[in-house]
Design a protein around this ligand. Structure first.
Ligand SMILES: Cc1ncc(C[n+]2csc(CCOP(=O)(O)OP(=O)(O)O)c2C)c(N)n1
Ligand SMILES: CC(=O)[C@@H](O)[C@H](O)COP(=O)(O)O
Ligand SMILES: [Mg+2]
Length: 593
């Protein structure tokens, strides 16, 4: 496609030179540009297609970057990036060394706030707005664009509650497409549906009740309606709320019809919209599916089992239990804090809650883990998907902190399966009844074997395993990074020199096995796909110090800095936990001997 208008836009100043009549043509080009690139480079699609008109209208009417625009989550900000100086870099989106898939302050002055996790936009924009007033910048507008799923989160309510008693120059735009990644849930979603279909409700508008000037709902694909309303809102002050209705995936038939799949569809044909089929032999299952299918299997045997996900039924594969046992599986919306405490409540009643949360998103429910679950020794089973380096989502999404942030809590069991069978077996073990809560962390992506659905076996709590015997050195790992270690030992050329232990449990760590290791070896290497600071290796080092170990300890793990986006193998290389990096360390042990 020839981008007659888009190719002339370097910044929103160029956009503002267009006539209103030219905006629909620009929208067409911007949509096509996003499709052209995302179809081959992958990324989030539906959300950005849905806000093309809104993005153009906001930069057209408001004086960005002086007026500050905050995108919630940020997965819908591709159009914003392309219109704000990053059109020619957009083909590097989410790749190593390229631009981030989310707004990022260090990337552009138009990215006013770094995002990736949801529901922060109202608080951030309110902070900016009140600070602007304190700084005497009374005419600056602060705009938060938030989706219907993200506004249902506790943080968003906290921001609304505060904003409603201020005179901040804050405009909140609710981009209501009635879907998150999966269909939106909850009473607020039902309320918004009624507002859209039954205007009588407007008299009892909850947003007005919170002291906002409310307008809408308006059609977010209609430039006439958008421009008129934004011009009006630009002139008024105080907390304002504009309810905009859009269609996720707008402009690509398949993306409109299958909004869940086209949230982030992978590669697709830019002309037909059809997904590019994955080729090759049958593949081992994704860990999320091992979790999802195993939970259904266990739930059919144990009626106390409950499944909980905060807004990720597809990503976590809890959807299988939601289909099989709709009364015992809950999507609670983007509400990690609630999900954790809801699970705690269930546990007090003798239920067996499996609370599945992406490792990175559990960070939001940290106090709930400590105060509501662990302090009360409630046997909640946390399944932390997307642990370790997740790849192209980058720094906001890597699940690398969990071992460190959980390990410092007393009375919690922490386990990382080495493969699919271990994930199944620890789920089986946990639902039989543990005296303490347990966190089971496993990575994004696929396992290692097609033959994963084997009979259940109980896993002894707190016991590690020796996988390989070698005479000189001990390598200790937890979780699936064991596969890198095994491969590295094979490739090192010194297989007889290295013992390999899968410690399995970071807490309680196997003291008997560690004692034996430190009595036997003078060099011990730990490997983990989490931060070295405070993680598994730290636990081993603390133990060694307690034993007065005088030999050499090497800790391999994610270094003490944020890791940006790239493929998992690229990021493992950067972090020093790739097969090649481990081989190099093993060879060094040999040469230092
Ligand atoms: C705290 C947190 N939990 C979960 C997610 C995963 N997530 C990313 S986008 C999304 C749905 C957002 O839906 P909505 O706000 O309606 O925006 P839309 O995609 O419809 O534009 C979810 C659940 C996240 N980014 N942050
Ligand atoms: C924006 C966001 O937070 C999600 O869309 C996330 O990118 C999903 O990650 P997975 O692709 O690993 O499910
Ligand atoms: Mg939505």
């Amino acid at each position: 496609m020839y981008y007659s208008l888009l190719s002339n836009i370097e910044t929103p100043k160029d956009l503002r030179k267009l006539t209103e009549a030219e905006l629909p043509q620009l929208a067409k080009e911007l949509r096509q540009f996003i499709i052209d690139i995302v179809s081959v480079k992958e990324g989030h699609l539906g959300a950005s297609l849905g806000v093309v008109e809104l993005t153009i209208a906001l930069h057209y009417i408001f004086n960005t970057p002086i007026d500050e625009l905050v995108w919630d989550v940020g997965h819908q900000a591709y159009g914003h990036k392309i219109l704000t100086g990053r059109r020619d870099q957009f083909h590097t989106n989410r790749q190593l060394g390229g631009i981030s898939g989310f707004p990022k302050r260090s990337e552009s002055q138009y990215d006013t706030f770094g995002v990736g996790h949801s529901s922060t936009s109202i608080s951030a924009a309110l902070g900016m707005a009140i600070a602007s007033q304190l700084n005497g910048a009374y005419n600056k507008k602060h705009i938060a664009v938030i989706g219907d799923a993200s506004i249902a989160s506790g943080m968003a309510f906290e921001g609304l509650n505060h904003a409603g008693v201020t005179n901040a120059n804050l405009l909140i735009i609710l981009n209501d497409n009635a879907i998150g990644i999966d269909p939106s849930v909850g009473a607020l979603k039902e309320y918004l549906t009624e507002v859209k279909t039954n205007k009588r409700l407007a008299r009892h508008n909850i947003i007005k009740a919170l002291n906002f000037e409310y307008t809408g709902p308006i059609d977010g694909h209609d430039f006439g309606a958008l421009i008129k309303e934004l011009k009006r809102l630009k002139k008024s002050n105080g907390p304002q709320f504009l309810h905009v209705v859009t269609t996720k995936g707008k402009g690509l038939r398949q993306a409109e019809e299958n909004q869940v799949k086209y949230h982030a569809p992978g590669k697709f044909d830019k002309y037909t919209g059809e997904l590019v089929p994955s080729e090759g032999d049958p593949k081992p299952p994704k860990y999320q599916d091992v979790f999802g299918y195993t939970l259904v299997e266990l739930a059919s045997q144990n009626e106390k089992i409950i499944g909980i996900t905060p807004a990720m039924p597809t990503g976590s594969s809890l959807k299988y239990m939601m289909e099989a046992f709709p009364n015992r599986a809950f999507d609670v919306g983007i509400a990690e804090q609630h999900a954790v405490t809801f699970a705690a409540g269930m546990a007090t009643q003798g239920m067996v809650p499996f609370c599945n949360i992406y490792s990175t998103f559990l960070q939001r429910g940290y106090d709930q883990v400590i105060h509501d679950v662990v302090l009360q020794r409630l046997p909640v089973i946390f399944c932390l998907d997307r642990a370790g380096l997740v790849g192209e989502d980058g720094a906001t999404h890597h699940g690398v902190f969990d071992l460190a942030y959980l390990r410092c809590i007393p009375d919690i069991i922490i386990f990382a399966p080495r493969n699919e069978m271990e994930l199944r077996n620890i789920m089986y073990t946990a639902q039989k009844g543990l005296a303490l809560p347990i966190a089971i962390r496993y990575p994004r992506g696929r396992g290692i074997t097609l033959d994963w659905k084997r009979p259940f076996e109980e896993i002894p709590i707190g016991k590690g395993e020796q996988l390989r015997f070698g005479k000189e050195f001990a390598v200790l790992s937890v979780g699936t990074i064991a596969n890198n270690v095994s491969e590295a030992i094979e490739k090192s050329g010194f297989t007889n020199h290295f013992s390999h232990y899968d410690m399995r449990f970071v807490k309680p760590i196997d003291h008997a096995l560690l004692s034996q290791i430190f009595r036997t070896y003078q060099t011990v290497i730990t490997v983990e796909d989490g931060v070295v600071t405070g993680g598994f290796g730290s636990a081993v080092v603390e133990f060694a110090a307690g034993q007065g170990f005088k030999g050499k300890l090497v800790m391999m793990g994610v270094p003490d800095r944020f890791i940006d986006q790239g493929s998992v193998s690229q990021l493992q290389e950067i972090s020093g936990i790739s097969v090649a990096a481990i081989v190099a360390e093993l060879k060094k042990c040999i040469s230092d001997q």
